[in-house]
Design a protein around this ligand. Structure first.
Ligand SMILES: [Zn+2]
Length: 313
């Protein structure tokens, strides 16, 4: 049986906001079962708004994924949500003392480190999943994404296959096939950094965006090469980062997904469109809880995966 998870204790860090350039304090707090993941925007000790990490609260997907409620928003949530989802953490209260989640090194690894340092606590309530029973596809020109059922014989709950294609000598065509487990997420996906092209970065900066962006928190490419002195962390770091983003964006379904996701050249906007299309098409999925599998009635996949750091309360 798989149980819901939260953190063992509160933990915090400070980093720079990618778009605002602001110095932002981030606090992760344990939360009870069925609380879900919620973000609080805090300014000068005052809670401005509390936003559930759910697709219905997405207000912008143009540069990063932004959640909003009332007059306030919280930007760049996807890498942190990716890390929480990657480690199977279901319940946490996230305080963001500024306009956006800090970018850290442009990957999800610093958040993975933070969560592991706090420790993961297993709760007594069983975990629920969104299990795909049909296929949902969205497209925008030559970009498309498809989420369908996981074959019953599969050894993993979620597979993500991502293809990207950039007319750039350092990227070209890349494909990465990810079979989810928290250990594989940590090793193969979490360290992959976000990337941008110098021209784009200059354009963003001229519009007072990407103010916190630097070679410390993104891979930056000019016309021919990578500007970061130490190069890449993986030869296919770009495709891996797309999976990291995808994972964070589909976490906004509110439940971990059992299915197969194939994505071609997608970004936050199309990922969000896919999530909305799946949630709107209730014929294509069912909610299952781990308690039901004990009877052997709904075996979702063959091998238990969620083991890292799991200890009873
Ligand atoms: Zn990203």
């Amino acid at each position: 049986m798989f149980f819901q998870r939260t953190l063992r204790k509160e933990i915090s860090c400070v980093g720079i906001g990618l778009h605002s350039g602001a110095r932002v304090r981030l606090v992760l707090k344990p939360a009870p079962a069925d609380h879900g993941i919620k973000l609080q925007r805090i300014e000068q000790g005052r809670v401005l708004t509390t936003i559930p990490a759910l697709s219905a609260y997405v207000v912008d997907t143009s540069l990063a994924t932004t959640l909003g409620h009332g007059a306030f928003s919280i930007g760049t949530v996807e890498h942190l949500l990716s890390a929480l989802s990657g480690l199977g953490v279901d319940n946490v209260l996230i305080e963001v003392h500024g306009p956006e989640v800090p970018i850290m090194d442009g990957s999800a690894k610093p958040f993975v480190y933070l969560i592991k340092t706090a420790g993961i606590r297993r709760l007594v309530e069983p975990k629920s999943y969104l299990r795909m029973t049909g296929t949902v596809t969205v497209a925008d020109g030559d970009k498309w994404a498809r989420l369908g059922p996981q074959p019953p014989s599969s050894e993993t709950s979620l597979s993500i296959i991502s293809h990207i294609s950039f007319d750039h000598p350092m990227i070209g065509f890349q494909s990465f096939n990810f079979s989810f487990s928290d250990a594989v997420y940590d090793r193969q996906i979490s360290r992959a950094r976000t990337f941008g092209f110098l021209q784009e970065v200059e354009w963003l900066k001229s519009r007072n965006l990407a103010r916190g962006g630097s070679l410390d928190n993104a891979i930056v490419l000019d016309e021919y090469s990578i500007l970061n002195e130490n190069g890449l962390r993986f030869p296919d770091e770009f495709a891996r980062h797309k999976i990291l983003d995808c994972f964070g964006d589909i976490a906004l379904m509110g439940l971990p997904v059992i299915g197969v996701l194939e994505a071609n050249k997608t970004g936050h906007a199309l990922n969000h469109k896919l999530v909305e299309a799946v949630l709107a098409n209730q014929e294509a999925w069912e909610k299952v809880t781990a308690a039901e599998w004990v009877d052997g009635s709904l075996p979702p996949f063959t091998v238990p995966r969620l083991v890292m750091g799991e200890g009873s309360a």
